[in-house]
Structures are given as C-alpha cells and as structure tokens.
Design a protein around this ligand. Structure first.
Ligand code: C5J
Length: 237
C-alpha cells in the first residue's frame, strides 16, 4: 500500500462535523439484519412490534454494502441469538416482558432467537459472502461475549460504518461499546432502523449531540460517494 497513488482516505459530510476516514482502517458493521427482527413471526414481532418499520433500512444498507464490497473494505455482520440449550441467555432476558412467544419457544421461523434456526438467519437481501465476517452475539452489544474486538484489532480497524437494527437498542449499545474502546463510529442514518419513529429520530440525535458524544451521523447519500471514490479495490492497491 505504501506509496500508492490512490485516495486511501475520504471525507464524509457528517454531523456534527465532516469526518476523514482512512479506508484500510475502516470496516462496515451491519448489526442484526435477521429475519427474527425484520419478518413476521420472529422475536421482534412477538414483543409486539410492527416489523414493517425496519424494512426501509434494507435498500440503503444493500447499496452501502455493494459499494463496500467493491471497495474491498472489511465487512462484518452480527447476529443476535442464543445457543439451543439457552445456556448463554440470562433468565432476566428470557423472562422479561409479556411477549406472545419467549426466546427458545417454537415459532413460525423456528425457535425464537436461537442460533441455527431460520429466524436467526440474516435476510436474503444482505446475505454475507465469502470473506465477510459473521459475529454471533448473545447480547445487545456486539463486543460483549464475542471476539469482535480481536477481529477488528487484528485487521487494524479504527473506524466503523455502523448500519443495522435496532437504532436505539443493538446499534446504540454497540456504538457505545465501540466508542469506549476508541473506535470512531459513523452511524449511517438511513441504514439503521427502529420500530419506533421517535426512537429513530432521537437515537440518531443522541449519537451526534455534544460534539459527537458517541460518534458521527451521515446518510448513505454522503457515505456512498466517499467510498466509491476508492475506485481501486483495497485488495489491488
Ligand atoms: C433488540 C436488536 N432490539 N438487534 N435487538 O432486541 O436491536
């Protein structure tokens, strides 16, 4: 890479301020775009949510993912879910609330939020391809009880483009965890989704408030051209 005449960094018009990203040190992190959260009959719906609210994030994520693949930056997908014997699911998580079906119960897409079940799969539009990393996580944060930190450290990643669901739960928790670990996080506003429009709006406000207390926010219309300017894939640089 040394001495290459390629633009290995780009500036994204973000809030609260533009951010310079060094592409070899940047990963796209796509959080929990699973059938269990986005489709009827899964964990999200059984909690009483209108899962159609998340659909609007799919197309923008697919567009960012496509450009990220062309650019050759690291792509990491996460999936929230538990072992079939529920040994990694705290009783407090299983027993909370009054869902129609609880974690581990049989549902129309298999057992709710259990690894290996159809509902645990990433939706077809965003299926990981070879070379992309999939992190299975038992919690809301992607760093908790996973090797995500090591994966990123081993690859020299310092910046994260964060997409996925839900804005105020797993996206927020992971962005906060990443921020505390020293990562610069850019949350892509139209590539994250919430069941609650107010939480979507306020969740994004919270990230970029106070000078960017957890990170930056920009939409895919700002991220894509910056990433696409990396016209030579990193693998060929
Ligand atoms: C939730 C998530 N909402 N991926 N998980 O339970 O945000």
């Amino acid at each position: 890479m040394a001495g290459a005449n390629y633009p290995l960094s780009g500036t994204v018009a973000a809030e609260p301020a533009p951010i310079d990203l060094d592409w070899p040190a940047t990963a796209l992190l796509i959080i929990d775009m699973q059938r269990d959260f986005l489709q009827p009959g899964g964990f999200g719906e059984t909690l009483g949510n209108d899962v159609s609210q998340l659909a609007r994030a799919v197309e923008p994520i697919a567009a960012v993912l496509s450009v990220a693949r062309e650019a050759g930056i690291l792509v990491v997908h996460t999936r929230e879910g538990h072992l079939p014997d529920l040994s990694d699911a705290p009783p407090a998580k299983i027993e909370r609330g009054t869902p129609r079906l609880r974690i581990g119960d049989p549902g129309p897409m298999g057992r709710i939020l259990i690894r290996g079940e159809p509902g645990h799969d990433i939706i077809a539009e965003l299926t990981p391809i070879g070379g992309e990393i999939v992190i299975d996580k038992p919690g809301k944060g992607a760093f908790y009880a996973t090797d995500l930190g090591k994966v990123l450290q081993d690859r020299g990643i310092a910046n994260l483009l964060v997409c996925g669901v839900t804005t105020e739960v797993c996206v927020h928790t992971t962005t906060r965890e990443a921020n505390d670990r020293g990562y610069e996080c850019l949350v892509v506003s139209d590539c994250v989704g919430s069941y609650f429009p107010d939480f979507q709006r306020i969740g994004l406000e919270m990230i970029k408030a106070q000078g960017g207390i957890f990170g930056w926010v920009a939409d895919s219309g700002a991220v894509i051209p910056a990433l696409a300017a990396l016209s030579t894939p990193l693998s060929q640089v």
